[in-house]
Design a protein around this ligand. Structure first.
Ligand code: CMP
Length: 401
């Protein structure tokens, strides 16, 4: 394989890579989602019997096009599989087989099944065939959900509390079903005569769905039902709490790793020891800005300061001049130190990653780490003097400080 071919393959890989932040990859994801949406819409419309002949032909044509699109995409993904860093030490064939057997490979394969069915002469006129396409394609939507990995981690991390809640759920379900079976079966043998039937009522009540198809009629049955509904709300609230806390913790851990990665690029932190650094990392947040976006405006209240991990910003000074700040620089410190509104407007000139430090955390860190506070203060003083100098040179008569 030539170097040029290799480069082209790695370029295609970058565009197809999930959650790649480059504009090309974003554009690709938008196109993919649009095609997927068109395909699903065509499938849904085709399943309506009232849709007339000429429209049906058009919809079938759309499904063909979407299917071929997915086939080409599958082939491209298979081709670029050796570019995955996890497969770097494998032969290209082995890497392709590994990708084909992975979750995204299997979902991709399922999505091209309609193409195989069409090629094999299988009719797509029937509503059943259309519904099958819908199931196969909707799975592809899952590949666009960046939080799927997080969800899996959260479920794995919180498996003990989740299992406890499920056990409570099972205990309530079975106790209520058995109780209702005992007290209601004489009056409603059809609905409560067997435990599975009573369990259906129990699940519908416990999840607070309440279809109303089966209702207890005896006073004892109604008491059981009432207790079950209240318990249902408590169990669902418990599960929501467990998952929400798990998500928040997982996100905090991921953010910590992201910040840790970025913080080494900021020289002001470079000399700090690992313990001090870890304290700061816990307080910083990453923020990504595209080019030409205003980060802060002159006159706004200052609630945070920023460190540039990568990219560049332009400081638009009140005197009319501009200053550019690049990798490793910081800004937004003057408002925090002087407790005054922002002294200048700042906008990105290129895609920029910033680390944000909120005012309360800044004051806390400044009190712990005097060297850091001093470095920030010195730079703020230098900037203030520079601005004053610029002001006097622009308006030599002006006496305003
Ligand atoms: P703050 O006043 O909070 O918000 C605007 C920021 O622009 C300010 O903090 C400084 O960080 C930054 N700034 C102001 N003047 C200059 C300058 N002369 N050079 C570089 N940055 C500046």
């Amino acid at each position: 394989m030539t170097a040029a071919q290799k480069t082209f393959r790695s370029q295609v890989y970058e565009v197809l890579r999930p959650s790649d932040p480059t504009p090309g990859a974003r554009r690709w994801r938008k196109i993919h989602l649009t095609v997927l949406g068109i395909g699903l819409l065509a499938v849904i419309l085709l399943s309506i019997d009232e849709v007339l002949g000429p429209h049906r032909a058009f919809l079938r044509g759309a499904i063909w096009c979407v299917t071929i699109f997915f086939l080409v995409e599958y082939a491209a993904r298979l081709w670029v599989a050796p570019e995955w860093p996890q497969m770097a030490d494998m032969s290209p064939t082995m890497a392709r087989l590994r990708w084909a057997a992975s979750l995204s490979g299997l979902i991709g394969l399922l999505a091209v099944m309609p193409a195989v069915m069409l090629a094999g002469g299988y009719s797509i006129i029937g509503a059943d065939a259309a519904s099958v396409f819908c199931i196969l394609w909707i799975l592809k939507l899952g590949l666009h959900a960046p939080a799927f990995g997080t969800l899996a981690r959260v479920i794995s991390n919180e498996r003990a509390p989740i299992a406890s809640v499920l056990i409570v759920f099972a205990i309530l379900l079975m106790s209520a079903a058995t109780g209702a079976h005992i007290v209601e079966r004489a009056g409603q043998p059809q609905q409560f005569g067997s435990l599975p039937n009573a369990m259906w009522w129990s699940v519908v009540t416990l999840t607070t769905t309440g279809y109303g198809d089966v209702v207890p009629l005896t006073p004892a049955g109604r008491i059981i039902g009432s207790l079950l509904m209240i318990s249902g709300i408590a169990v669902l609230a418990l599960m929501t709490g467990v998952l929400a806390t798990g998500f928040a913790q997982e996100e905090r851990r991921r953010e910590y790793l992201r910040v840790w990665d970025q913080v080494t690029r900021v020289p002001i932190f470079a000399s700090l020891g690992i313990v001090t650094l870890s304290e700061i990392v816990g307080k910083l947040r990453t923020r990504y800005y595209p080019a030409r976006v205003t980060v802060l405006r002159r006159g706004d209240p200052g609630d945070s300061m920023f460190f540039i991990s990568s990219g560049e910003v332009e400081v638009r000074l009140p005197t009319g001049g501009t200053v550019r700040l690049g990798d490793g620089a910081f800004f937004g410190e003057m408002a925090l130190l002087n407790r005054q509104p922002r002294a200048a407007t700042i906008a990105t000139t290129a895609p920029t990653t910033l680390l944000v430090l909120y005012a309360s955390d800044f004051y806390e860190i400044a009190s712990h780490i005097p060297a850091l506070a001093e470095a920030v203060e010195n730079e703020a003083r230098r900037r203030r003097e520079e601005n004053l100098e610029r002001q006097t040179s622009t308006h030599p008569g002006g006496s305003k400080p």
